[in-house]
Design a protein around this ligand. Structure first.
Ligand code: SAH
Length: 389
């Protein structure tokens, strides 16, 4: 008889015991005879371990949903889980109209991402298992948020590994091309259909506020994208130079400057490495610098080269600081650990000849929960440094 439950090895079972939701294909003793969806998972002694999302084509075969073998994974279950995830964001109410509502494994809802931009939602269904519950999830999100429209930004490469199509499609209503976001009093346009990630980088929201609160003098925002850091810097700094290699990103940064009535932001289309080197050669000085680069380390193999890249920009930024100047520097590479990030900054500081003081170490905001036992939920780290010489 065909069994619709999964049987996993002792090593697979141990993953759940140690707080990690993934069981890999190599730990599946008997795959379930079932299409993608929710399956009951048992150990080799026949003990029920709980319910998981089942992805037949993926290396990550099972993702834990519920440890209760009696749970029923239906529309009501999704509604309850999504309701708790949304409730976790309540402290952000009144501070911003846009945030991540579901951060996948970080919220116990594996392979599901949902971002809210004002009255619209953008979702990503990142596994075959979660794709099977699209209808239940969409219905619950609609009921819980009352959003006017929602979009699936399923155009990401992990979907290929799950045997899923890469598409962008509406879930309900109509999501505008541009959505105005309010983030702690600063406004900017997100681009849900075409922008990076789901339309904007929501994960740096509180870090922008932190840097904005200490910014002064001549400020520089390198890897500016839509100018979100620049807009916060411009509240206190005299002038802000926003640098990015993408013309379209800067065009949007320019619209955002107008939206906020800021006239002290200058946009420069340039390669960041070239720009920093040229300013250093000129002996330029800045009082506040932000470095928020894209992930240089896309995989483990590219880590060493990536560290050299991070060190290069940080070393140059440190040399560009005026006495007492501040550098906020970040990395969103999952493959660069927090420890390695701080080691890299220490090396850059040593080579720069500056006395760099560590003022703060930053991580992810509450709407991007980083679970200690699930390293994959954490990727963003940053540091605020001061040149005290
Ligand atoms: N700071 C932004 C996010 C930055 S995303 C925010 O808070 O929203 C990374 C940006 O780096 C993208 O806009 C990309 O166009 C830009 N970029 C990538 N490589 C670059 C390079 N070599 N020089 C300058 N900009 C670069």
């Amino acid at each position: 008889m065909k069994e619709s439950h999964a049987v996993v090895s002792a090593r697979g079972a141990r993953r759940w015991q140690t707080g990690h939701p993934w069981i890999f294909r190599s730990d599946i003793v008997k795959p379930p005879a079932a299409p993608p969806g929710a399956v009951l998972t048992r150990d080799q002694q026949g003990r029920a371990l709980g319910w998981a999302l089942w992805s037949p084509a993926s290396e990550i075969s099972l993702r834990l949903l519920d440890r209760d073998p009696d749970a029923v994974i239906d529309g009501r279950w999704w509604h309850a889980q999504l309701q708790s995830a949304i409730a976790r964001r309540l402290p952000l109410a009144g501070l911003t109209d846009s945030c991540r509502l579901v951060h996948g494994e970080g919220d116990g809802l594996p392979s599901l991402v949902v971002d809210r931009f004002d009255r619209w939602l953008v979702a990503q269904f990142l596994s075959a298992g979660v794709e099977a519950f699209r209808e239940e999830i969409v219905e619950a999100l609609h009921a819980l948020t009352g959003a006017e429209g929602a979009l699936a930004r399923n155009d990401v490469s992990v979907r290929t590994r799950e045997g899923l199509e890469r598409t962008v499609e509406p879930l309900w209503g109509e999501v505008p091309q541009e959505v105005e976001v309010n983030e702690h009093g600063v406004r900017y346009f997100a681009a849900p259909h075409t922008g990076q990630k789901t339309g904007a980088f929501l994960d740096q929201r509180e870090n922008r506020v932190l840097v904005g609160s200490v910014a002064r003098g001549r400020a520089l925002d390198v890897f500016s994208y839509h100018g979100s850091f620049a807009l916060h810097l411009a509240q206190r700094a005299e002038t802000v130079t926003a640098v990015d290699s993408s013309g379209p990103a800067l065009a949007r940064a320019s619209e955002n400057a107008v939206l906020n009535g800021r006239q002290n932001i200058t946009l420069v289309e340039a390669d960041a490495f070239d720009f920093l080197r040229a300013r250093e050669a000129e002996g330029a000085r800045y009082d506040t610098i932000v470095l928020d680069p894209p992930a240089f380390a896309k995989n483990k193999a590219s880590l060493e080269g990536a560290v050299r890249g991070y060190k290069d920009i940080n070393f140059r930024a440190m040399r560009l600081l005026a006495p007492g100047g501040l550098l906020y520097t970040a990395s969103c590479s999952y493959h660069l650990s927090k420890t390695r990030f701080l080691d890299m900054l220490q090396d850059a500081a040593a080579d720069s000849g500056r006395r760099m003081v560590l003022r703060a170490i930053t991580g992810q905001p509450l709407d991007h929960p980083e679970v200690m036992t699930v390293p994959e939920t954490g990727y963003l780290k940053g540091a605020l440094l001061e040149a005290s010489d």
